[in-house]
Design a protein around this ligand. Structure first.
Ligand SMILES: CC/C=C\C/C=C\CC/C=C/C=C/C(=O)SCCNC(=O)CCNC(=O)[C@H](O)C(C)(C)COP(=O)(O)OP(=O)(O)OC[C@H]1O[C@@H](n2cnc3c(N)ncnc32)[C@H](O)[C@@H]1OP(=O)(O)O
Ligand SMILES: NC(=O)C1=CN([C@@H]2O[C@H](COP(=O)(O)OP(=O)(O)OC[C@H]3O[C@@H](n4cnc5c(N)ncnc54)[C@H](OP(=O)(O)O)[C@@H]3O)[C@@H](O)[C@H]2O)C=CC1
Length: 349
């Protein structure tokens, strides 16, 4: 680990940094306990990753949590399973004994992931091309899965699209592109599989990956925020309606976890990561393996009494952003002494 100074980035991010974040970062530098000297940068595989010193209290455990064989004789269907978090979840489920089917648009990417994971775990991973925006394609994908593995025990709706964009620059097609993948795609997959499972009297666990801002909303990712909120309403509603058919529905809201797909579209210059880490109480990003362990637990028989749950998984970022006075973390001991003296010396109203 090497300490880095804020502002070491390249031209574009340097410009953005000074224009957008200068006040925030400068404040930190001057007066708070999270200045550049305490901002650490790990360098590995060509990627930067910032963390605070106190993140050492929260070192990630990336080993597989559930007992070996927990998914023997189970079939798991994961949308967007070829990359990022979907790939991590597929790896863990496969390692635990599941036969996995991964689906998305890019067949070559899926095939490569399937080959790599199955050669590591010894369990079959099937790649099926599917654009979840197209209900007919979803139906064909499920036909193909039925041929390969039969209907699944576990469905993970993980596929998504996103990009940062001021809403006044957003075209109708930009809106449609994101909401079609996230909300309609999740609905098409869930309805198609749900109906077939019901016909076959087979129970299943459904999991949706949303995000922390599904609850709060967020500027600059408005189609994603709207669609993810819709996914949460869909899953909470079906948890109530389809329990009688043996179906559970749960939701994970991840905070920031480094993946190429997310970071290239949400932080293309790498400028925002540092300020984001400053507001995460555990002082670091999440790891795909941590998310995968939680998903494996929620989708397993160990969680058979969990349905309708919304699990925030963000190192504390959401509550840290929400609390009115949380910025007072930045006040030093000397400043507290002064503030306390001022407050105690105030008499009357
Ligand atoms: C440090 C911060 C980093 C991260 C974490 C932070 C916080 C935690 C919360 C994070 C939540 C993350 C949520 C996610 O969902 S991340 C997942 C990201 N992964 C992907 O997006 C993968 C798939 N994405 C894509 O395939 C594409 O990006 C796209 C655009 C979604 C779909 O591709 P498609 O080929 O179908 O679409 P296009 O034809 O290219 O575009 C359609 C339409 O949209 C307009 N568009 C595209 N990009 C932009 C842009 N950047 N700005 C504005 N508009 C855009 C495009 O122009 C088209 O519209 P028209 O021109 O036709 O009007
Ligand atoms: N990483 C993070 O910090 C966070 C991620 N999330 C959520 O986690 C999930 C995974 O994201 P992440 O792994 O980071 O990003 P990725 O970009 O790696 O994952 C998105 C996946 O969705 C697939 N996909 C996109 N469009 C379609 C489509 N039309 N049909 C089928 N599949 C599609 C992509 O595959 P292909 O291109 O082959 O279609 C890709 O595999 C998403 O739901 C995201 O919203 C939530 C909060 C934070």
């Amino acid at each position: 680990m090497v300490p880095v100074s804020v502002g070491q980035a390249g031209n574009v991010s340097g410009l953005l940094l000074s224009l957008i974040l200068s006040e925030q970062v400068q404040n930190r530098t001057d007066s708070v306990d999270f200045g550049p000297s305490q901002l650490w940068c790990h360098r590995f595989a060509g990627l930067r990753s910032y963390a605070t010193p106190h993140s050492q209290f929260f070192a990630p455990s990336e080993g597989i949590m559930l007992p070996a064989g927990s998914y023997n004789n189970k079939v798991a269907f994961i949308t967007g399973g070829g990359t990022g978090l979907g790939r991590a979840m597929t790896g863990v489920l496969s390692q635990l004994g599941a036969q996995c089917v991964i689906a998305s648009r890019k067949l070559e990417v899926l095939q490569q992931t399937a080959t790599e994971i199955s050669s590591q775990t010894g369990n079959k991973v099937h790649a099926v091309q599917c654009d979840v925006r197209d209900p007919q394609a979803v139906s064909r994908c499920v036909d193909q899965m039925v041929e390969l593995t039969g209907l699944p025990d576990v469905i993970i709706n993980n596929a998504a699209g996103n990009f940062i964009c001021p809403s006044e620059r957003l075209s109708a097609n930009g809106w449609k592109s994101i909401t079609d993948i996230v909300l309609n795609g999740t609905a098409f997959v869930t309805l198609e599989l749900g109906k077939r499972l019901i016909q076959n009297q087979k129970g299943a666990s459904f999991l949706a990956i949303t995000t922390i801002y599904a609850e709060s909303g967020s500027g600059f990712v408005v189609p994603s925020a709207s669609a993810k909120a819709g996914v949460e309403a869909l899953y909470k509603s079906l948890a109530a309606e389809w329990g009688r058919y043996g179906h559970r529905f749960n939701i994970i809201q991840p905070g920031p976890i480094r993946t190429k797909g997310a970071f290239s579209r949400l932080d293309p210059t790498g400028t925002f990561e540092k300020s984001m880490i400053g507001r995460i109480p555990t002082g670091r990003l999440g790891k795909p393996a941590e998310l995968a362990n939680l998903a494996a637990y929620l989708s397993s028989d160990y969680a058979s009494w969990m349905s309708g749950a919304v699990i925030r998984f963000d190192g504390g970022e959401y509550v840290s952003m929400a609390g009115e006075f949380n910025e007072l973390r930045k006040v030093t001991d000397d400043q507290w002494k002064m503030l306390e003296t001022m407050i105690r010396s105030t008499k009357g109203s």
